[in-house]
Design a protein around this ligand. Structure first.
Ligand code: UD1
Length: 419
């Protein structure tokens, strides 16, 4: 298994290209199954999760051809209504084929994704939405089985105890676009990635209107192929912003879209980091000796994203005072804390809140990556540490960050991958 060796202490300077958003690419790839002719997707990031979704699409009968950042998906032979455990256990987002299967094949058998390292991840809202559209849903032997004799538009809410759900909104949207009549989804997720899916579906001929957290869908009989460019990855951009700040460097993030990042940028400014728009992206720098402490509460969009709380925790670990980070979306998402503690961070977790007492410096140590965003947090901490840090199990990072070591190396980081 690969590991990263990082020697910290170098301010990062230069330009980093931000890729297409993983969390937009995955549902949009699945939604291509709804078309009756080929779809061309641009700005597809080169990630393990994208490879897994390509594999899922092949398995259900679609033809998928990749040429660098472009994918052509021909759904003409989409006829397999099953996504087995082997695929879904590799990547939860495989469950995105459920909506298109139900809409086009009128049946689906998809493995239950199960829990994961960041906590319990139920799918009750996905099932609730399908039932509201008239599908018959059963959960048996670890599989979700769905049958329907024609979906019918309905009005319902997809709001859960933690607020809106990105996954349920995308899945039900994909099921509803070809349902008969009008569907109104209240409590829908408002993440830019969901909005990108809506735009994509409308480009294919769907009729979806968005008003805050309400989606109104007029069912259509069929959808056609189109060309679509995936939005920039705001989580990747946010991670590199922290990289600039934590090393007291100065980075231009080419392709990053600041309007998707207001909550993140306002937190960075509060902490003492400068962020400004520049032509074609954003500039992020920090000359301050110590960061200001702050309190962060993750929330559905437009709130602060849970996918950036671990990375911000690394930065707050060396702030000038006490900060708190509360994850209201995944209250158990604190796997990075024990590893950051090995690097000298002073963090305690109680309930869904991490209390971080800033220390002057972090120290290099051998640490273990536990999940995608926790891995990013450890890389950031290592970039700010004195000495040589070894991060084990970096395969997690390859799921969601394209060529991270090359991008960091190009702006001055001392990082290398070892098998
Ligand atoms: C997506 C993102 C993930 C991000 C998360 C929250 C993708 C591929 N992944 O995951 O990176 O961290 O959004 O922004 O886009 N919930 C229920 N019932 C459900 C579904 C969800 O209670 O049926 C809860 C979850 O446990 C969680 C909250 O709703 O507390 C939000 O989850 P959700 O938005 O669905 O996350 P994902 O779509 O799985």
């Amino acid at each position: 298994m690969d590991k990263f060796i990082i020697e910290g202490g170098v301010p990062l300077r230069g330009v980093v290209q931000i890729n297409g958003a993983k969390n937009a690419a995955l549902p949009i790839m699945a939604a291509s199954l709804l078309a009756d002719s080929p779809v061309t997707l641009h700005n597809i990031p080169s990630l393990m999760d994208v490879d897994t979704m390509m594999h899922v699409l092949h398995t259900v009968g679609a033809d998928v051809v990749r040429d660098r950042e472009t994918l052509v998906i021909d759904p003409a032979r989409f006829n397999v209504a099953e996504a087995p455990y082997d695929l879904v256990r590799k990547m939860r987002a495989s469950i995105y084929v459920l909506g298109p299967m139900v809409a086009r094949l009128k049946k689906a058998k998809v493995s239950l994704p199960g829990g994961c390292v960041i906590g319990q991840r139920p799918i009750d809202l996905h099932l609730k939405g399908l039932e509201a559209l008239g599908a018959k849903v059963r959960v048996l032997h670890g599989y979700i089985t769905v049958e329907n004799h024609g979906l019918k538009g309905a009005t319902f809410s997809l709001e859960g105890p933690q607020g809106s759900s990105v996954g349920a909104t995308c899945n039900i949207l994909m099921a509803a676009v070809m349902a008969e009549g009008r569907t109104v989804i209240h409590g829908a997720a408002r993440e830019p990635e969901v909005r990108d899916l809506v735009d994509f579906l409308n480009e294919m001929g769907a009729r979806i209107e968005v008003q805050d957290s309400t989606l109104t869908i007029e069912g259509v009989k069929s959808l056609h192929g189109t060309h679509h460019t995936i939005i920039p990855d705001r989580i990747e951009a946010g991670t590199y912003m922290v990289a600039a700040a934590i090393t007291h460097g100065d980075l231009i993030l080419k392709g990053c879209h600041l309007p998707h990042m207001e909550s993140v940028v306002s937190k960075l400014r509060e902490i003492g980091v400068e962020v400004e728009p520049v032509v074609g992206g954003a500039r992020c720098r920090c000359n301050n000796c110590r960061f200001n402490p702050t309190s962060i509460r993750t929330l559905p969009f437009p709130g602060f994203p849970t996918d950036l709380q671990a990375q911000f925790s690394s930065m707050l670990a060396i702030a000038n005072g006490e900060s708190t980070v509360t994850d209201t979306i995944y209250p158990e998402r604190f796997m990075h804390v024990a590893e950051l503690a090995r690097m000298g961070a002073n963090i305690s977790v109680y309930s869904a809140t991490a209390t971080i007492c800033g220390v002057e410096k972090l120290q290099a140590a051998p640490v273990m990556a536990t999940d995608l965003r926790a891995s990013a947090a450890l890389i950031l901490a290592a970039l700010a540490s004195e000495g040589k840090t070894e991060i084990l199990r970096v395969y997690h990072i390859d799921r969601g960050y394209e060529h991270i070591e090359e991008k960091l190396d190009a702006v001055g980081a001392r990082i290398r991958r070892e098998a």
